[in-house]
Write a protein that binds this ligand. Sequence first.
Ligand code: PMP
Length: 391
Amino acid sequence: MDIFEKCFNYTAAKEAMKAGIYPYFQVLESGQDTEVIINGKRTIMIGSNNYLGLTSDPRVIEAAKRALEKYGTGCSGSRFLNGTLDLHVELEKRLASFLNKEAALTFSTGFQTNLGIISAIAGRNDYIICDRANHASIIDGCRLSFAKVLKFEHNDMEDLERILKKIPDKHGKLIVVDGVFSMEGDICNLPEIVRLAKKYGARIMVDDAHGLGTLGKHGRGTAEYFGLEDQVDIIMGTFSKSLASLGGYIAASEDVIHYVKHVSRPFIFSASISPANAAAALEALNILQSEPERVVRVQENARYMREGLKKLGIPIRHTETPIIPVMTWEDRRTFVIAKQLLDEGVYVNPVVSPAVKPGQCLLRTSYTATHTKEQLDYALNAFEKVFCQTG
Ligand code: PMP
């Protein structure tokens, strides 16, 4: 049996390619901004996680350049050994203080952060309790741990309680949820999760990749939004979204961070964040703190689009975040509409199974603080053309 057999027989993407509707690996010929260049054409970008619009901010670019000049292009080693810069330590201190936690720890990517924290914290005698819609990196973090993994139906608190009830007291329990679900755009029911965690003696970890910079008065995310910052044991996040860089972090108690630092294999056996990335994230965090109006603007832009899309009768899922899923249900329809929108000069992210349940395909649209009304109106016109005129 040739181990490559599965590759030879893999036809899914090939069919879409033949039909000219394959939507992935789209090449951008410009930086990531509210407008990008695709196939030589100006295109409105409503598929990015650049929520605060900081990837092109001159201050962030300048900070990255300065770090590049001072520290060079890479750290050539792990944080554990030769790869810790004063910049990493500063970034961790600032994150901990911003998120009102005792300490923080940075990882090379957000994905790796989830692998690193979950596999370090949850051992053989423990249970991880996950929302079914959690991000792939959480699921893989669970696989990497030796713990037992139980899943509850998406945002279904009765199901969560049913599961918690079954776990004997002698086992450690970690409830892990996305703060903002990356594809669905909805927010976890944190108040109820906190209540149940207390009742059943579980710890809570929130992956706030999409909550930081978009939720809460100061952009501190899901826990701030609910006024429950002191009730979440581990806040995880990434630098690849609001903080305009690459990398990830956790913020937690000193004890947890100290432990993870010394046992987490994805942390110890991987090179640290590049100087330019660390400096960019730090400067983006400065801007988030000094310009909280950006958080208001990203929410306003999302509200504008939500109302606009609704008025046009476009089937959207109601959310309170900058992620607005437009329902397309079937794979092929999702690809066709994404292509039609792109032809009209609007980029959206087509999402099909396994990222969502089969039959629940969607176009993931997402908005930033720096989209102008003209750009948003342009996108609405394109939606109207594609959905209403071509049916
Ligand atoms: N968690 C969530 C909820 C995410 O959406 C993502 C990225 N889409 C990650 C973790 C991984 O982050 P990164 O892309 O920064 O590695």
